[in-house]
Design a protein around this ligand. Structure first.
Ligand code: NAD
Length: 508
């Protein structure tokens, strides 16, 4: 029988060395149900010593796990995949009850994580390396990828299942051990995933979870035993993680904030574009790093026609708790997030944008203290406005009217963020030009949220990613491994005498 979220202990402990670990930390935090605004449980906050206990466990487990054949490591991933399917309902309720997203959306996000696990099942193929016979007489060269050691993952609130699974399955399949620090706002899913990994046959210590805040993160960033750090979250924190981690000699990838523009050309299929905007702007209450938060229309008639299609649908969005199967959009994460989003809407109005649909007064009967914000549309947004410049991370869409394709492209390229973008058009020339010239990491053509599948890699440009590697897929394997290149001479007895000159390839 599956555990229910309420069956998980409170305060939620850490998970160290294969079991629950209460730790010595004196602090704890509240976990809210965003649909009710009520505290549902507590989570323990790790002290520095608690985090060091998790790192010590991962460090001790590393030699044995790194020495386990990749095919054996993959077997754990196969079993974990089965367990994820078996526990899908339970995990979705855990995600929705702490994050607020609808159950179907939670399942979709778990499935996206599960696909990374499937990618990790094929790790022997990814670690095969390269071999060159006879690079010189009796000399061969080969390269291989070896795990880094203890890796850490620091994850955001908006995808409590998927983002941790962007990280630890690939890291662990590559032979690393892992310490995960999930968001303190919705940490229970990570704890449950760690339990399931043990059930799948993972040796204790290979995956540990520590809960907490800056104290836990700073310990991970400064401990010499941690070799690699993956971060997903906001840009200000990501930049800090990147700089601090690198200053402490670690490999760091920090995937950060976004302001994703969807360009709608005059020849686009506007019904298709309107459908796309609905899901991409308002799904998960806009709390997605790939949410479309700006639509750039090329010419006024495109804007007018699109707004006419969107406005009634946004007004009619069904907002509700995850327990309401008909809800299309859940609450935002906390009362503070709701206030911040409403503050942006106030400022948008003050700055002269036209609020076509106002979601500020939306309430849900029986959930009056829930953190609900209705869908909003602003028209006539300009690039000087805060609602355009900042990531609002809520269900607020800005429409910017561009006079030409070049102006639209310039807007996308001038924005500080570079996570995702899309163009909607029937014109192959325009689409091709856009794909080539746009300064963004993930690009869609008539696809609004171009999230790469698990066997490609996910990552933005500009201030949406610090570090050289995107996450999961081939880039994930590169991040979690180091390249070693070996040159051998067999038979070993061939003598050339002492050689003092550097030689051309082929003359070792
Ligand atoms: P956040 O930056 O507040 O928190 C992320 C993690 O950092 C959490 O685990 C948190 O505990 C930790 N943290 C927070 N403050 C810290 C500090 N001062 N020092 C050290 N650690 C700290 O982000 P969030 O609000 O949880 O998530 C939303 C953000 O994540 C948005 O900006 C969104 O765009 C971004 N995000 C990006 C991607 C991507 O792939 N680019 C994916 C999902 C979310």
């Amino acid at each position: 029988m599956s555990a229910k979220p309420q069956d998980l202990p409170s305060p939620l402990p850490h998970f160290v060395d294969g079991e629950a670990f209460a730790g010595q930390g004196a602090r704890s935090g509240d976990i809210l149900n965003p649909a009710t605004g009520q505290v549902s449980k507590q989570v323990a906050f790790a002290s520095g010593d608690d985090v060091r206990a998790a790192i010590a466990s991962a460090h001790a487990a590393f030699p044995g796990w790194a020495g386990t054949a990749p095919a054996k490591r993959a077997q754990v991933m196969f079993k974990f995949r089965e367990l994820l399917h078996q526990h899908m309902e339970e995990l979705a309720v855990i995600v929705s009850s702490e994050h607020g997203k609808t159950i179907d959306d939670a399942k979709g996000s778990i499935t996206r994580g599960l696909e990374v696990v499937e990618f990790a099942c094929g790790i022997p193929q990814m670690l095969k390396g390269e071999y060159s016979e006879a690079v010189a007489t009796s000399v061969e060269s080969y390269s291989m990828r070896q795990p880094l050691g203890v890796c850490a993952g620091i994850t955001p609130f908006n995808f409590p299942a998927m983002v941790p699974m962007w990280m630890f399955p690939v890291a662990i399949a590559c032979g690393n051990t892992f310490v995960l620090k999930p968001s303190e706002k919705d940490p229970s899913c990570s704890y449950r995933l760690a339990e399931l990994m043990i059930e799948a046959g993972l040796p204790k210590g290979v995956l540990n979870v520590v809960n907490g805040d800056k104290e836990a993160v700073d310990t991970l960033l400064t401990d010499d035993r941690v070799q690699g750090v993956s971060f997903v979250g906001s840009t200000a924190i990501g930049q800090y993680i990147y700089e601090t981690g690198c200053a402490n000699g670690k490999r760091v990838q920090a995937l950060c904030g976004a302001k994703n523009h969807m360009v709608v050309m005059p020849d686009a299929d506007l019904d298709q574009a309107a459908d796309a905007v609905m899901g991409a702007a308002y799904g998960s209450a806009g709390e997605r790093c790939m949410a479309v938060s700006v639509v750039v229309t090329v010419d006024d008639s495109t804007a007018d026609a699109l707004i006419e299609k969107l406005a009634p649908r946004v007004k009619g969005l069904r907002v509700g708790p995850y327990t309401d199967a008909t809800a299309e959009m859940g609450p935002v994460i906390t009362p503070e997030a709701k206030d911040r989003i409403n503050g942006y809407i106030d400022r948008g109005v003050e700055s002269g944008a036209r609020l076509v649909v106002d979601g500020r007064e939306v309430t849900v009967s029986g959930h009056e203290d829930g953190c609900f914000v209705g869908g909003c549309i602003f028209d006539n947004v300009t690039k000087e406005m805060d609602i355009y410049k900042d990531e609002i991370f809520g269900p607020v869409l800005s429409i910017v009217r561009a006079g030409s394709y070049e102006e639209a492209l310039g807007l996308v390229n001038d924005h500080e963020y570079g996570n995702g973008t899309a163009i909607f058009t029937r014109d192959g020339d325009a689409a091709r030009d856009f794909v080539g010239r746009v300064q963004i990491g993930m690009v869609g053509v008539n696809v609004p949220i171009p999230v790469p599948v698990a066997y490609h890699s996910f990552g933005g440009w500009k201030r949406s990613l610090f570090g050289d590697h995107s996450i999961h897929g081939p880039e994930g394997v590169r991040f979690y491994t180091r390249l070693k290149t070996v040159t051998t001479r067999w038979p070993s007895g061939i003598r050339e005498g002492a050689v003092f000159n550097f030689k051309a390839g082929g003359e070792h």
